[in-house]
Design a protein around this ligand. Sequence first.
Ligand code: SAM
Length: 297
Amino acid sequence: MSEPSDSYTRHAAHFERVYDLDDPSPYFATLRRADYRMPVALAGALKAIHRPLSAARGAGETLRVLDFACGYGAIGALLRHDVSISALYAHYAARQWQPADGRRYWPKDIAFFAARRAQGVAFDIGGIDIAGNALAYASALGFVDRAFPENLVDDAPSDGLARFLDGVHLVVESGALGVLLPAAFARVLDCAGGERPPWFLYSPRPDVNWTALETLWAARGYRTASFLGAPVRYRKPLEAQEGADMLRRSRAFGKSDDAIMQGGYFLVDMTLARPEADIDNPAIAQLRGRMVEESSE
Ligand SMILES: C[S@@+](CC[C@H](N)C(=O)[O-])C[C@H]1O[C@@H](n2cnc3c(N)ncnc32)[C@H](O)[C@@H]1O
C-alpha cells in the first residue's frame, strides 16, 4: 500500500479529478503536458491486428472490441479519425473550459471529428468506465459505439454488457490502474464464452505487481508476448517527483532504470495475451510485421 505522502498517490488523486468532467479538455491538457502516447499506440495496434484476428476467429468484417477504462474514448478518437495525437491535444487546448460551461463544446467537437472521419477497418467498440460523463462524451462523439458505465471490478456485468462480452474478440486497455485488471479481465473471460475467447492487448506499467494477472492467464490457458518486441514511450512524468517514485517502485520489482524510463519517458511493453490455441495463429513475429506495414501506410 502507498504511504499517503507519496507524490505518486497525491498526483493520482489530482489526476483523477479530471476523469469525469463534462468536458475532456482538462484531461487532455494534463496528458498533453506529459505527451501521453498510449492511445495512438493502441489505435495503430488495433489496425494491425484486425485482419489476423478476424482470420483467427473466423469473424466477418467487424471486430468487437472492449475498451476497458476508456475514459473520454481517446483510442476510438484516434482510430476512427485522420487526427494525430498532437492535433487532438491542440484541438482541446484551444479552449478554456470552466465547469459552468458544461457540455457547450460538444457540438463543436462533433463537427471537428466528423470533418476528419477516416475510412478504415471496422470495429464495434464497447467502452466501459466508471466515469459516466466521460463515457457519455465518448459515445456522443462516436469514439465508442456502446457505453457501459459499470464497475466490472466490484460488480457483475449488466445484462447488456454480458451480451456484448459474449462474443467479444478483443479487449484493449491503456492508462487504467493495473490493480484493476485481474478482476475485470476474469469477469470478461467468464462472460466471453469458452469456444472463442478474446485476445487482450494491454499496457502493463513497470511499477505494478503483475503476479495476479499472470496467475489469471495461467489458470485460463493464456500466453502473453510483448506485442512489439520492445517497449513504447508511455508518457513523461508530470512532475520530477513522480518520475523518481516510479523508478523506486519499479526497482523493487528488480527492473533496471533503463527498462523503465528513456529520454524522459516512462516505457511500457504493450502486451498481447492470447489463448494457447491461437499462439501461432499468427505467430507474434507476423503481427509485429503487420504493425510495421500499418505504420508505413
Ligand atoms: C488514465 S484514465 C485512462 C483513460 C483512457 N483509457 C485513455 O487512455 O485516455 C483511467 C480511467 O480509468 C477509469 N477507471 C477507474 N476505475 C475504474 C473501474 N473500476 N472500471 C472501469 N474504469 C475505471 C477512470 O474513470 C479513468 O477514465
